[in-house]
Design a protein around this ligand. Sequence first.
Ligand SMILES: Cc1cc2nc3c(=O)[nH]c(=O)nc-3n(C[C@H](O)[C@H](O)[C@H](O)COP(=O)(O)O)c2cc1C
Length: 352
Amino acid sequence: MTASRGMTTSQPLKGMVNQPKHPSVRVCSDRQNSKAQTCARARIRLRPRYLKNVVNVDTRTTIQGEEITAPICISPTGFHCLVWPDGEMSTARAAQAAGVCYITSTFATCALEDIAATAPRGLRWFQLYVHPDRQLSKQLVQRVESLGFRALVITVDVPKLGNRRHDIRNQLDLKLNLLLKDLHSPKERTSMPYFQMSPIDSSICWNDLSWLQSITRLPIILKGILTKEDAELAVKHNIHGIIVSNHGGRQLDDVLASIDALAEVVAAVKGKMEVYLDGGIRTGNDVLKALALGAKCVFLGRPILWGLAYKGEDGVKEVLNIIKNEFHTSMALTGCQSVAEINQDMIQFSRL
Ligand SMILES: Cc1cc2nc3c(=O)[nH]c(=O)nc-3n(C[C@H](O)[C@H](O)[C@H](O)COP(=O)(O)O)c2cc1C
């Protein structure tokens, strides 16, 4: 992905495609972790059932009580205007056309009002990084609620930024270039440059969730949970859902593959909330395996950015279409007419 199109910035991103200037930097965390995701998925083999009449396969399901055309939605990723002129607005229109949920990032480069206006019928959730200035976060949450976003996704796996060696190697420098249109102090209406943004309040704890619950009526979903201990705490704190995620491998090196953490989290919540998954989902079979392990829905991060960079709204629609069609085929070939029929008997673990 390069920064050649659609920048809302005054100058090109410095050194996005330069040669490495840090030869001593070893394998980057992204790549290491994504290999682990791929290996983890490959260990899961499918157990198809036949002679089950799959003339009418129905991929529809619901999340938080709202219908989506398939259990394949869009993870929050920041800075869509880096790759396409109207960035998040194109993504929102594509999600609306596809009938799936789009989680808009705190680091969106389009104003939330414009995103909501361009796809008024789309199902949208908002991902929040809690800012050290709680008033700023409160104002943002209330704005999101009034704009018709249907859930608040709190990303918990970024108490500080991970070692992003790709970004160091490529000399990625967002701070000089980008405005975060949705972040400004309650008193001012001017956007906040990225470099003034402290990404998250590192002091946030489980007890702070009650503060968030007191400022919104939206269901709260935690993104980034990977253990049964934290899943049990989420139940205790009346959370509405969990996205099992390792942030696409961009945070902690050597962390569990999200698919490997899924069964443990699903078991821990005992059906008291919906559990979703993101990380490395690239094919219809990947979706099927996640659902067989108990996910209600999966979310896509990078594939959406690739579609957006390729052809904007149409590119995102194409990505969603491809994976939805593949999932339809995966269901038919394993003998499922409906998403509700997908269960643990459809998979087994191989040693590889
Ligand atoms: C370029 C990029 C930007 C991201 N920005 C955010 C973000 O703003 N908020 C967030 O919660 N997660 C963010 N993520 C993580 C994604 O939401 C998601 O967890 C991850 O990309 C899923 O893995 P996948 O890319 O393999 O599908 C980002 C990921 C990428 C690759």
